[in-house]
Design a binder for this molecule. Structure first.
Ligand code: PMP
Length: 404
């Protein structure tokens, strides 16, 4: 990794308890480079105004910046149409939009099934459970192997012509498994099911080509792709976004309102009620540009190198148990140590300046699958270094020794 990249992250240059900060909680959220911080700050110092409908200079400038950002994001994702790119507040928001509007649409009935996998984050489980409660549909789950991969051996009995929608993540946040989404999307298409891909953990690590992936909906969060919190994207195919009813009602999503009746705006505004996160959208486009300039392949190969180093070193520690041992993984090292509680381990590591995440990672059913309450998780980003991997391993060893 080029030292110039790390220098672009002011937050990383600080000490915790007199030791250099080692930030390894990147799967939860990544830090922001200076260019993204500058764009956010410049938005408020130079541009801030409400968008659309404004005739004055700043409103036009803000609208232009916001729509230029949408256009760049569409291009970045290779979306067929810009109007298919909906600004949301994040992955959770995008999934709830699809689940709620599907429930409202009347397209899901008690005869239908929704298929997810055992690797899902709560935000790709609970909205579908709520949809099933409202419609009487049944939720099916792809089981998970010991290595933390989809077990597709029974897929033909799980994915049938009753399956209306398949919703899965491309990369698991808890284990790092990269899932064979193209294979599953092809199978879903063969039975006429729609597909939603949760890209929260894939967008930070790989280039996304929506036309090549071939799904119907794709969602992700800006804060995991070097942009601020509170902004995300739902992309959906035009015919589906047009088929589904509006979601939240309010300003911007309407064409005409009378007390008798409201007519709704065209895409993407139909799904963007209220004042959006204008600065967030602009900063998201800047962050994606920044990632593209570095190169997604460069980001992935650097993170893979750190993951390989860390996996080899941690495997030497006595009593270690790795969760997620698939060959195809991104950025995440999830583990437990015999006789040591993950919470105690994380707390002691924090005192040594090393920030990792402990617990269920919003994947309680996955933890239940492995018969545990949680893991300790280190996750790497482009700015992490080999020295940090060493400090991480030293901290794990020292904390484990103290706790055993
Ligand atoms: N899905 C996955 C795989 C995630 O990792 C996360 C965030 N941890 C989410 C969904 C939810 O994202 P957000 O909280 O940004 O809405």
């Amino acid at each position: 990794m080029n030292a110039d990249i790390r220098d672009q992250f002011p937050i990383l240059h600080q000490e915790i308890n007199g030791r250099p900060l080692v930030y390894l909680d990147n799967a939860a959220t990544v830090q922001k480079p200076q260019c993204v911080l500058d764009v956010s700050q410049r938005y408020y110092s130079d541009i801030n105004a409400n968008i659309h409908r404004g005739v004055h200079y700043l409103s036009r400038k803000a609208t232009d910046a916001h729509e230029t950002a949408r256009s760049y994001i569409a291009e970045y994702l290779n979306a067929p149409h810009e109007h298919e790119v909906i600004f949301t507040s994040g992955t959770t928001d995008g999934i709830n939009l699809v689940a709620d509007t599907l429930a409202l649409s009347g397209k899901i009935t008690s005869d239908d099934h929704i298929l997810i996998s055992g690797l899902e984050h709560h935000s790709n489980i609970v909205p579908w459970q709520m949809l099933c409660q409202r419609t009487g549909a049944q939720l099916d789950v792809i089981p998970i192997t010991d290595s933390g991969e989809w077990d597709l051996s029974e897929i033909d009995s799980l994915l049938t012509d009753k399956t209306k929608l398949v919703a899965v993540n491309q990369v698991s946040n808890a284990l790092g498994t990269i899932n064979p989404i193209r294979e599953l999307i092809a199978k879903a298409k063969a039975v006429g099911a729609w597909t939603l891909i949760d890209g929260a953990q894939s967008t930070p690590h790989m280039a996304i080509d929506l036309q090549e992936i071939g799904c119907d909906f794709f969602v992700f969060s800006g804060h995991k792709t070097y942009a601020p919190t509170g902004i995300g994207i739902l992309w959906g195919k035009t015919e589906l976004l047009e088929m589904l009813p509006p979601w939240r009602g309010g300003g911007e999503m309407i064409k005409e309102v009378t007390f008798a009746k409201t007519t709704y705006n065209d895409l993407p505004f139909k799904y963007e009620a209220g004042t959006p996160n204008i600065e967030g959208g602009i900063a998201l486009a800047e962050a994606l540009k920044w990632m593209k300039d570095i190169g997604l392949a460069t980001i992935a190969s650097h993170e893979d190198k750190l993951l390989t180093l860390a996996t080899a070193a941690i495997s030497e520690i006595e009593g270690i148990k790795l969760y997620g041992t698939a060959a195809n993984k991104a950025s995440v090292l999830s583990f437990g140590i015999e006789g040591v509680h993950h919470y105690d381990l994380g707390t002691l590591m924090d005192q040594m300046g090393v920030g990792v995440r402990t617990g269920h990672h919003c994947c309680q059913p996955l933890m239940q699958r492995f018969g545990i309450t949680g893991t300790t998780r280190a996750s790497f980003a482009i700015y992490n270094t080999e020295q940090e991997v060493e400090l991480f391993i030293q901290a794990v060893k020292k904390a484990a020794m103290m706790l055993r």
